[in-house]
Design a protein around this ligand. Structure first.
Ligand code: IVH
Length: 702
């Protein structure tokens, strides 16, 4: 796609553009050149990241380039282009996806499971073609959602779901969101006017894991498997939600190719499957390219299939088998199709990662934020290398939607790094003695009535002193990703809480170790080790403490971002809802939870106690070049400013100042723009705050 030389030029151009991104004072004519440059580098970085899976610039830098391009395009509507990278996200909500007919039916594949099946198939192929030995291509069978894309005149004109195979849904706007699919490609250089390409949209394992971590942080139930999440993702009404799922698309089959006069070019201009894949790859598409193996004769196919199955877990995405295809397109034509599948291709399916077992009982666990999770206790069953005896059922809706009953045989699945889950009950195996699962009305730990807040999937125990919650909060605090106190595992926490050695987070640092010594299983050596680990954790960075406090919706990533904005944990006490939302990726829900936490007396008391025991609550901000003019001074902006609020705040921080979220006695300067409201009134009332305008602020920093 890009030669070494082109790549070097594009990377150099990126560096130049990034330098210029800040000071963009260009004559109009040069701006138009910059539009073209920006589009080229963004397309290149999309390709590096989404097709090659390795980024060469940071997300932040990419966003800068993108924002600049959008700004220039707004200024120069005459320079608009359908295939500009900005067109991927500028699309509105789709209420209903229109139905569209596929140019040729999107068929399924016949399956094979062993060497006998493959030998039978090879015999048929040789009979149909009259050849002695066939050259086959073997490639992964991607486990996602089938898609079809059509290009005409080098432009992407339609994207569709598989649907029932003859009629699918027009999801063009959503397909455009997938950056691994080029909006334009030089098919014309191969004499191609119209082409329909088939492929699979999927979520790779890492993106799936991150997506679920984010959902859990935000209190949403995790998506159960990557395949459904891909097909669900493609059909989101809002393209922004499609983008969130980080779908990528592998294209693996050319179904229609025509020249300008609608002459069919398959087998005429294009000769083999492997060549097609090479062409698609060279035009910037994501293809099975790197994983495609070309071999002669079925014996080599069989060998490869068996070797590959052992490596399947190494791939960054889920595969449920391999697909074997006759390479030569003219031989493919001789094989033809049944109404259900091509005769020139077959899927080789790997051993399923599913099993069935009996649901023995359901336990209701109380999480650290009070959410009640139903956990299925199962008759132990081996599944993809581990024994499964317990599986989360997420929430009441999950149980009701699937109609899971006590005593049911259930089909369970474990895909890749994903937690195992119940796919469905085996209704055919019911004896009639299965019982409905009743959700408790009272907390199984403290007995208080449970609540289900509107719009949430989980029942909750709202008693913050609920013993189960206390234990879970402590387990979270000492855990590896939080304060990382080695030797303080879940069972130790439970034991110490039960025996009243600790009852709150600060108690960990006030623990009387002489009381631990002599307890069953505790010797001098292990006690000393624990003491050391507790001591060491006092100097953990602020983001770990923030995460460890277990504030609802605040996961590791959010905690890291938050910590970057303060020099001490106490600053959050002054922050408003709005101020929290100014932090990258923090929305109203998370902001509300943070705001509530830092306005709750008992939480502030806990933080004070932690500090008193010597736990670090400070964050060393990186010293920024040219800073110092506003060292330690506090600022707040209000009203409409000429410059962007975030730029003004960045200036304060760059010069060593601190941004506060509300007007309090700690505030040194209130910078007022037009239409300032209640903040100005409050500052006047306080009398201790210096009220300045934007110009005076600029003078302050010189
Ligand atoms: S070729 C005309 N190649 O598996 C047949 N399909 O179970 C074109 N699939 O409907 C299909 N990986 O959605 C082909 N490398 C691959 C594939 C693949 C996944 C899907 C495809 C198909 C389904 C059949």
């Amino acid at each position: 796609m890009y030669s070494q030389k082109q790549q070097k030029e594009l990377i150099d151009l990126t560096t130049q553009l990034l330098k210029r991104a800040k000071s963009d004072h260009l004559p109009e004519k040069e701006e138009l050149d910059t539009v073209a440059d920006l589009r080229n580098v963004i397309r290149y970085h999309d390709w590096r990241y989404y097709v090659q899976s390795e980024a060469v610039i940071s997300d932040f830098e990419y966003d800068q380039l993108f924002a600049w391009l959008r700004k220039l395009e707004n200024k120069h509507p005459e320079a608009a282009a359908e295939d500009s990278p900005t067109q991927r996200v500028a699309l509105g909500i789709t209420k209903e996806f229109p139905q569209v007919s596929h140019l040729v039916p999107m068929l399924s594949l016949d399956n094979s499971y062993n060497a006998d099946d493959l030998n039978d198939w090879d015999n048929r192929v040789r009979e149909l073609t009259g050849e002695d030995e066939i050259t086959y291509c073997i490639e992964p069978k991607f486990d996602g959602a089938g898609i079809s894309v059509i290009y005409e005149n080098d432009k992407l004109i339609r994207g569709a779901t598989r649907g029932d195979g003859s009629v699918g849904e027009d999801i063009t706007n959503n397909i455009k969101v997938l950056r691994s699919i080029p909006l334009s490609a030089k098919f014309s250089s191969h004499g191609i006017f119209r082409i329909e390409i088939r492929g699979e949209a999927l979520i790779n394992k890492k993106a799936f894991k991150q997506l679920n971590e984010k959902r859990l942080e935000e209190g949403e139930p995790p998506l159960a498997n990557a395949r459904n999440s891909a097909s669900g993702g493609l059909r989101q009404q809002d393209p922004k939600l499609v983008a969130e799922r980080k779908l990528e698309a592998f294209l693996y089959h050319v179904s229609v190719v025509q020249d300008k006069n609608e002459n069919d070019l398959l087998g005429v201009k294009l000769h083999s499957h492997s060549e097609n894949i090479d062409i698609l790859y060279s035009l910037g598409f994501k293809t099975p390219h790197g994983e495609l193996k070309k071999v002669k004769g079925i014996e080599n196919v069989i060998q490869f299939c068996h070797d590959f199955e052992k490596r399947r877990e190494h791939l960054p995405y889920e595969v449920d088998g391999l697909v074997i295809k006759v390479d030569d397109l003219n031989l493919q034509r001789l094989c033809g199709y049944t109404s259900h599948h091509p005769r020139w291709a077959i899927a080789f399916k790997f051993a399923a990662k599913q099993a069935t077992t009996k649901l023995l009982k359901v336990e209701f666990q109380v999480g650290r934020t009070g959410a009640i999770t139903p956990v299925a206790k199962l008759e132990p069953v081996p599944l993809a290398g581990v024994t499964i005896s317990s599986i989360s059922m997420f929430n009441e809706d999950f149980i009701n939607e699937k109609d899971i009953r006590l005593g049911d045989r259930v089909l369970i699945e474990r895909a890749g790094e994903v937690i195992p889950y119940i796919v469905q009950p085996v209704k055919e195996a019911r004896s009639g003695h299965e019982k409905k699962i009743h959700f408790p009305e009272e907390c199984p730990s403290c007995g208080q009535p449970l609540h289900k807040p509107e719009g949430e999937a989980n029942w909750r125990c709202v008693n913050i002193n609920c013993p189960a919650q206390v234990v879970e909060r402590l387990i979270h605090f000492v855990s590896k990703d939080a304060m990382d106190i080695a030797g303080f595992g879940a069972s130790t926490v439970e034991e110490f809480v039960n025996d009243k050695l600790i009852a709150s987070i600060p108690d960990i640092y006030r623990l009387d170790f002489s009381m631990v010594l002599g307890r069953e299983g505790w010797k001098e050596k292990s006690v000393n080790k624990l003491k050391e680990a507790v001591e060491k954790s006092k100097s953990q960075p602020l983001n770990r403490l923030l995460y460890g406090l277990g504030i609802r919706f605040v996961g590791e990533t959010t905690a890291k971002k938050l910590a970057e904005h303060v020099s001490d944990l106490d600053e959050f006490r002054e922050w408003s809802m709005e101020k929290f939302q100014e932090v990258e990726d923090i929305g109203p829900k998370v902001a509300q939870s943070l705001f509530d936490f830092f306005q709750t007396e008992s939480n502030l008391k806990m933080i004070d106690e932690l500090r008193a025991t010597g736990v670090n609550t400070r964050h060393e901000k990186k010293k920024k070049a040219g800073g110092g003019k506003l060292d330690g001074k506090t600022f707040l902006f209000t009203g409409t400013l000429n410059m962007k609020r975030s730029d003004a705040e960045a200036l304060v921080e760059k010069n060593g100042g601190v941004i506060l979220g509300s007007v309090t006695s700690k505030l040194n300067y209130l910078v007022v723009g037009e239409d300032a409201g209640s903040k100005l009134d409050k500052a006047k009332k306080l009398g201790t705050v210096q009220i300045i305008n934007e110009q005076e602020f600029m003078q302050l920093i010189g």
